[in-house]
Design a protein around this ligand. Structure first.
Ligand code: DI6
Ligand code: FE
Length: 404
């Protein structure tokens, strides 16, 4: 009897991004078949049963199919924007001057606290739609612009709500330890007490976070403070990740590895010992070239060391109002290649398989393999490198999320 599927995509070229195949697992004469939102077959047409039956058959006319893209590091939900500060910076003001004048992260915190959940959702949706329009099917969204229990929960709840209003998978991350709020009066330890004893348990209790993040940096929190947040997260059964070594080397990537973090992110100042620790722990290096570009950083993340040690590299937008107002994962790939000298294969794996790994979702998405969610991006291109080579051009033909 002929096997029945909901949908078949045929006459397609596949970038499966399977880790067990060389060269991104490209299949020139490919077929994908899906049932109940999952991939049942993804491979050579010669291995596909010729009498397979499907309600819907799509002729891809030789187009390329990649896994749906995964943006594994964003701060997509926030109030207001910082275009005015951008103008001040262009006229020569420094971050410090802007912060002293009430700007910086604190100005986004004020705007976020003043926004209702509906307003946060409404302002985030155009940003999410920009990502979706480029074939993104999974997005991670962090809190961290509330910095009190009520607003952090509202931000996470808004992140969950944007996921309900669009065909996309949302993963939420609690980032209470992002910055010190003004009312903390400079007392970082007391604020971390609040994060660990009040915010985190409330967020976990409400089921609003899939992971916990922190910003470990001179202008943010120390290694000891970060470790306290991580211990509290682990006690609640939540995986951790870290904004590490972005502006200086405090050993953030090494600390993250000690806690078996899913990922360590930014990593411009990460040293050899920390890279080795990441390799040992299987922590993914999430590189964020949008932030590197926007703040005109000149120290690059140690891509050659990650390669040499076998640390998996992901790429993400870091979409946020202060250091990376970027809503294009295609442009992030171009920057990863041009600024960080990542290869085409590394960039493509970085926004699919490795980004899924950085979210703990590799079992569900990130490659074209039987059993995974049927998340696809179908492209009008002649070779995969075009996705990375062009700047500001979107060759997406269509997108499939959970088989639809
Ligand atoms: N690192 C960053 O680059 C952003 N947050 C972080 O932890 C900056 C966020 C902002 O300026 O609003
Ligand atoms: Fe970030």
């Amino acid at each position: 009897m002929a096997e029945r599927f909901d949908r078949i995509w045929h006459n397609a070229r596949l970038v499966t991004v399977r880790a067990d195949l060389p060269d991104l697992g490209v299949i020139e004469w490919g077929v994908i078949a899906a049932r109940d939102g999952r991939i049942v077959f993804a491979g050579e047409r010669s291995n596909f049963s010729p009498d397979a039956d499907a309600a819907d058959r799509i002729d891809c006319a030789g187009r390329w199919i990649t896994p749906g893209l995964v943006d594994c590091h964003t701060h997509l939900v926030f109030g207001g924007n910082r275009a005015h500060e951008f103008e001040l910076r262009l006229r020569g003001a420094s971050y410090e001057e802007i912060a002293l004048a009430g700007g910086g992260i604190v100005s986004t915190v004020a705007a976020t606290r003043a926004s209702s959940e509906a307003e946060l959702v409404a302002s985030a949706l155009p940003r999410l739609d920009a990502l979706i329009g480029e074939g993104v099917t999974t997005v991670e969204i962090k809190s961290g612009y509330g910095l009190n229990t009520e607003t952090e929960m509202r931000q996470l709840s808004a992140a969950r709500a944007v996921g309900r209003s669009r065909p996309v998978t949302i993963r939420t991350t609690f980032l209470g330890a992002h910055a010190l709020p003004p009312e903390a009066d400079g007392d970082k330890d007391r604020y971390i007490d609040l994060v660990c004893r009040e915010m985190l348990p409330a967020v976990a209790q409400a089921g609003l976070a899939d992971a916990v993040d922190a910003f470990m940096e001179g202008i943010a929190f120390s290694g000891d403070q970060t470790a306290r947040v991580f211990r509290a997260a682990k006690a609640l059964g939540l995986p951790v990740k870290l904004h590490a070594d972005q502006l200086s080397n405090l050993g953030g990537a090494a600390l993250a590895s000690e806690f078996s973090a899913l990922s360590a992110d930014h990593l411009e100042y990460t040293n050899h010992a920390s890279v080795a620790a990441m390799a040992q722990a299987g922590t993914v290096a999430v590189l964020l070239p949008g932030a590197f570009y926007f703040i005109r950083e000149t120290t690059k993340p140690p891509v050659e060391l990650f390669r040499a040690h076998g640390v998996n590299m992901a790429l993400a937008t870091d979409c946020n109002p202060g250091s990376s107002p970027l809503t294009s994962l295609l442009l992030a790939m171009n920057m990863g290649a041009t600024l960080f000298r990542m290869t085409v294969a590394e960039c493509l794996a970085g926004v699919t398989r490795e980004a899924a790994r950085a979210l703990g979702l590799l079992g569900e998405t990130g490659t074209l393999e039987a059993g995974k969610w049927c998340d696809l991006a179908i492209w009008d291109i002649d070779r995969p490198a075009e996705l990375i080579y062009r700047m500001g051009f979107n060759p997406l033909h269509s997108r499939v999320w959970m088989g639809r």
